[in-house]
Design a binder for this molecule. Sequence first.
Ligand code: NOJ
Length: 461
Amino acid sequence: MTFPDTFAWGVATASAQIEGATNLDGRGLSIWDVFSHTPGKVWLNQTTDIACDHYRRYKDDVAIMKAMGVQAYRFSTSWSRVLPEGAGKINAPGLDFYDRLTDELLANGITPWLTLYHWDLPYELHCRGGWLNPDMPHWFAAYTDVITKRLSDRIHHWMTINEPQCFVGLGYERGEHAPGYKLPFRELLRIGHHVLLSHGRAVQTIRANAPQPAQIGLAPHAINKIPATESPQDIAAARDAMFAFKDKTCWSNCWWLDPIFLGRYPDDMLASCAEEMPRIGANDMEIISQPVDFFGANIYAGSYVKAGPDGKPIEMPWRTNLSLSAFKFVMTPETLYWSPRFYYERYGKPICITESGMSNVDSVCLDGNVRDPERIDYNARCLRHLWRAGQEGTPLIGYFHWSLLDNFEWSEGYKERLGLVYVDFDTQQRIWKDSARWYQDVIATNGARALASDADVFRTT
Ligand code: NOJ
């Protein structure tokens, strides 16, 4: 038993979380630099300043991926490294960095998958209104133009935006992430519309510039619903809950995905937000729903749903026995089966797991090893569920483990460790965790190692 031959085994990172070098070679500030320097916003007031020092150590990190057998690397470009003011003047050394990184990846046989926006908005654009400013889609298209003109001769896989729900929900609704706002829902809807338009304009720009067919998608945060049982009623209820617009919050799938994949805002959303919706221009929905090639999904925790007597979904309380990651995310690996299946049924695009992983209490043992059996176990379970989805007809493109390295986990600072590779943030030493060696084996066997008998999952090689 293996995954399809074309399946891509990858790892993922993001610029603000690993690069550091925030004031080097002409880079401008991002909102996360400013936020992390604001006392009280990030755990222990930790900052983006150094992170994994990847900007300087990228060759070593590519060498680690090569040794692990990684086939595809999902990374993001820092907008303010390339355009320090967000728009206008290009910072040549910043753009050169991504050029060198791309070449290094290709020289090592690793396919680059580039995310254009993973939350590090240039501070200068933020000061001009940021995502509230109707010019954002144009600024985003201009930034995409710069990146694709330089890299699309060698990069063929693109993701426009990472987890709109989270950066809008945590950054502008709850105030927990940069820029730390708590805006009224009316303004969140406006931001959302600008995000969707930015996505669409970026898709147009990539297509216009790429000299060969590009594979384009985005990497939304999956809001996962799991049927309490596999009865048709519970499955239907979970599916309904997964695509309903329930509350006036950012935490839905349909707000962000129906416009892109179906060309319209969901009816239940329009009905409940009629008063607050922004003006939608004549061509907006056409721009937003530019055809894309795959459905990316960042899949973490899910919640259980059963059908009530009338068939309507009922959210279940957490099971007493549910496991929690160090982050206190519930560990529900079956989301890797249900969400790809539900997304494919609704949107009809092949699925790529653009993120999956867990934070763990990782530390260096007396003998120098980092033992993380919980992560191996969790990843094996996730891959088994994903495999089942594939077997039952959901087309699967690839799986990107979040993350390659322990890194800056946003408002949690360096507290949460999600890497396959442990980072000692004092010395920048990288240490392979047991899960990295295990993943190496998973890749080498095209997944067979994860699908093997339960005892074999923990076999030492
Ligand atoms: C999703 C985000 O895209 C990523 O930046 C973050 O580190 C992981 N979730 C883990 O929380």
